[in-house]
Design a binder for this molecule. Structure first.
Ligand SMILES: *[C@@H]1O[C@H](CO)[C@@H](O)[C@H](O)[C@H]1NC(C)=O
Ligand SMILES: *[C@@H]1O[C@H](CO)[C@@H](O)[C@H](O)[C@H]1NC(C)=O
Length: 264
């Protein structure tokens, strides 16, 4: 057991890769994206964006600041980690140059994480210290309504340029549209890995989320509407599937207020 974490860290450092964004189905060799087809985000564009790093200096996943003490991300980003391996980097467009580093006190996985497969891929992270807010470090609002067709959704992240590639140095942004669930399910041949806890986003072939974007925020009209969950790598002309933050609002509020625990 003692050796597990050093080995894990070693592997992470060796590979320089991010495990983020789960990829489902045939892993096609795709010439693809750091947030494929995205653009470099301006300084301060997404002050709610965080980088989750198992060791400081190795980006693994994205996430978003909900308030002074709480970060939200995808379940698969923290599932295999103890709190000591979830370092939270804030206040920067360059994950290797932290504005600040915060440490994790508690990881709260959704009780039904991955049940069924790829569902309820959402987690909350409670920090050991309050975040100090500034121009580059701000919380994002929870949604006040479900996202719908016609809404503009902005994804930000340090995801790879290619499937399984290394992370982008500078934060990237990409504007996406909303794909209704029934259409998205149709595209994915009625897969059982998609449901009301998901939203789908799409722009065009050659654009989309990629490894390292996982857990990262999708924002519409100043509200957090999604967290990167899964897709085919990367930007191959299919929608990406994200956690539907609107659907998990009750769970988020109950967890943050300490009124909910997994009973199993
Ligand atoms: C941290 O922030 C919470 C929520 O605003 C507040 O209640 C608490 O007093 C703060 N703790 C410290 C140590 O500042
Ligand atoms: C859906 O099924 C068709 C026919 O088998 C196949 O060509 C297509 O690739 C499938 N779509 C996805 C997203 O897997």
């Amino acid at each position: 057991m003692q050796l597990l974490y050093p080995c894990l860290i070693f592997l992470l450092l060796q590979s320089g890769q991010s495990q983020a964004k789960r990829l489902v189905g045939p892993a096609r060799e795709a010439t693809s994206s750091r947030i494929k087809g995205g653009q470099e985000a301006e300084t301060g564009f997404a002050p709610y964006q965080v980088s989750l790093q198992p060791v400081v200096g190795a980006h693994n996943c994205g996430g978003a600041i909900l308030n002074e003490q709480w970060i939200i991300t995808a379940g698969h980003c923290v599932e295999t980690f103890v709190p000591a391996l979830v370092n939270v980097i804030t206040g920067t467009n360059r994950w290797a140059e932290p504005g600040a580093v915060y440490y994790t006190a508690e990881i709260h996985m959704h009780c039904m994480y991955d049940q069924p497969y790829l569902h309820n891929d959402i987690a909350l992270v409670k920090l050991t210290q309050n975040i100090t807010f500034n121009e580059l470090t701000q919380p994002i609002k929870l949604p006040t309504r479900p996202v719908r067709e016609g809404d503009e959704i902005v994804l930000t992240g340090w995801g790879a340029e290619e499937a399984y590639g290394s992370s982008a140095e500078n934060l990237q942004k990409l504007s996406l549209g909303f794909v209704p669930l029934d259409e998205c399910k149709e595209i994915f041949n009625q897969t059982s890995s998609m449901g009301v806890g998901h939203i789908c986003t799409y722009s065009r072939e050659g654009e989309g989320a990629c490894h390292g974007d996982s857990g990262g925020p999708l924002v519409s009209d100043g509200q957090l509407v999604g967290l990167v969950n899964w897709g085919r790598p990367c930007g191959v002309g299919l929608p990406d599937v994200q956690a539907n933050v609107w659907y998990y609002l009750d769970w988020i509020r109950r967890r943050i207020s300490g009124n909910s625990k997994c009973t199993a």
